[in-house]
Design a protein around this ligand. Structure first.
Ligand SMILES: Nc1ncnc2c1ncn2[C@@H]1O[C@H](COP(=O)(O)OP(=O)(O)O)[C@@H](O)[C@H]1O
Ligand SMILES: [Mg+2]
Length: 375
């Protein structure tokens, strides 16, 4: 009996042993499978991390190489991320540029003036893991705007030109007869000074209309320049002589600081027309006892000639329009002078710039390319 029960115990033990072995084996297998699975997952994560790293470095180089300035700001205007182009702007303008951006914190696309530049700003809102902010993509479009303006100006000039030429033609013929009769009358009245001065007044009026017509015709024709080397001072002296009586009438303090030795390459008659118009405008702009100053200097590529007056100035809103024909603020003005000046200067491959505070001064800069080889 005891023997029997021991055998049972041994059998039970052996069965248990076997079961234990099987379980161990299963466990071992599962462990191997688990290990394999873990290894696979580790590799997958490693791969994913690598992809993520590559993606983030790709995004960063895309951001950095973008031609637009890009920056993300939080709601308080703190920079979260920015690219190189933006950093350049920020380094140049400093915190005031951030203030400028913060004024435009709403979704949309804007064109805004900042300092002397125009920027196109595209603004988007983002929310990333609970962080709210704004993404700005910024482009400096100052040059583009200038070109657009110049193009519009040229188009305008062309259209008005055709019309003006017709009108000028209609006026010039009868004007010729009036001038002839008035000069005959003046000659016949040489013994009656009082009446003769009336005839001379007609002649003066005719001359003034004639110069307006010259302006109109100049403006409506294509300007052909005949370039030669001239003393700038000679050109200015001729113009001043012609306008002298107007300056005397207003007791103007005329300061001529043009360098006597400066020579410029230009069409003399056309350049006279330029300074005639500029100085005439300055005379109109100043009060009695006003001041007009002329001077010149050279910078790297250009001869620069400046006409400056302490007159009424040109308001900011009008500055854009002064070169457009027929834009005038004068009751007796034609609004042609500056459009002709512009045209002549362009025909000389030069440039013209105007500065004014809109109340106390106007400064006109003419820049002409220096040197023979320009032509
Ligand atoms: N030196 C100046 N000071 C103030 N305003 C000026 C000056 N030059 C030009 N302007 C402004 O520009 C306008 C256009 O000038 P312009 O083309 O010569 O035509 P106009 O003299 O016939 O008015 C003027 O009416 C005036 O408002
Ligand atoms: Mg004028």
């Amino acid at each position: 009996m005891a023997k029997e029960s021991r055998r049972n115990e041994i059998e039970l033990l052996s069965e248990a042993f076997q079961a234990f072995n099987i379980a161990t084996e299963k466990l071992q297998n599962s462990y191997a499978a688990l290990k394999e699975e873990t290894e696979k997952l580790r590799k997958e994560i490693e791969e994913k991390n690598k992809q993520l790293e590559e993606m983030s470095s790709l995004l960063s180089s895309v951001l950095m190489s973008a031609n637009s300035a890009i920056v993300a700001l939080d709601d308080n205007g703190k920079i979260i991320i920015s690219n190189r182009k933006f950093d350049e702007l920020y380094n140049f303008y400093g915190d005031k540029f951030l203030d400028f951006l913060m004024k435009n914190m709403s979704k949309g696309i804007y064109e805004k003036d900042f300092e002397k530049s125009v920027f196109r700003i595209s603004v988007g809102k983002f929310n990333h893991n609970g962080l709210d902010g704004w993404t700005f993509s910024i482009d400096d479009i100052t040059e583009f705007k200038e070109m657009e303006k110049e193009h519009r100006r040229d188009e305008h000039l062309k259209a008005m030109g055709v019309m003006a030429a017709n009108i000028a033609h209609e006026i010039r013929n009868p004007l010729g007869s009036i001038e002839l009769f008035a000069s005959l009358l003046s000659r016949d009245l040489k013994n009656n000074l009082e009446k003769r001065s009336l005839a001379d007044s007609i002649l003066k009026g005719v001359k003034s209309i004639n110069s307006t017509i010259s302006n109109i015709l100049l403006f409506s024709k294509d300007v052909v320049v005949k370039i030669e080397k001239h003393y700038l001072a000679d050109i200015i002296d001729d113009v001043v002589l012609y306008l002298r009586h107007l300056m005397i009438d207003k007791n103007i303090n005329f300061i001529n600081r043009i360098d006597e030795d400066s020579m410029i390459y230009c069409d003399k008659e056309l350049m006279k027309q330029v300074f005639m118009n500029l100085i005439h405008n300055a005379i109109d702009a100043v009060d009695e006892n006003g001041k007009i100053e002329l001077y010149n200097f050279c910078d790297k590529e250009f001869d620069v000639i400046v006409v400056e007056d302490n007159g009424c100035g040109i308001e900011k809103e009008f500055l854009d329009k002064i070169f457009i024909p027929f834009h005038t603020t004068k009751t007796k003005g034609t609004g042609l002078g500056l459009s002709i000046v512009y045209k002549i200067i362009k025909a000389h491959k030069g440039n013209i710039f105007v500065e004014s505070d809109g109340k106390s001064y106007t400064k006109i800069l003419i820049k002409l390319k220096r040197g023979e080889n320009v032509w």
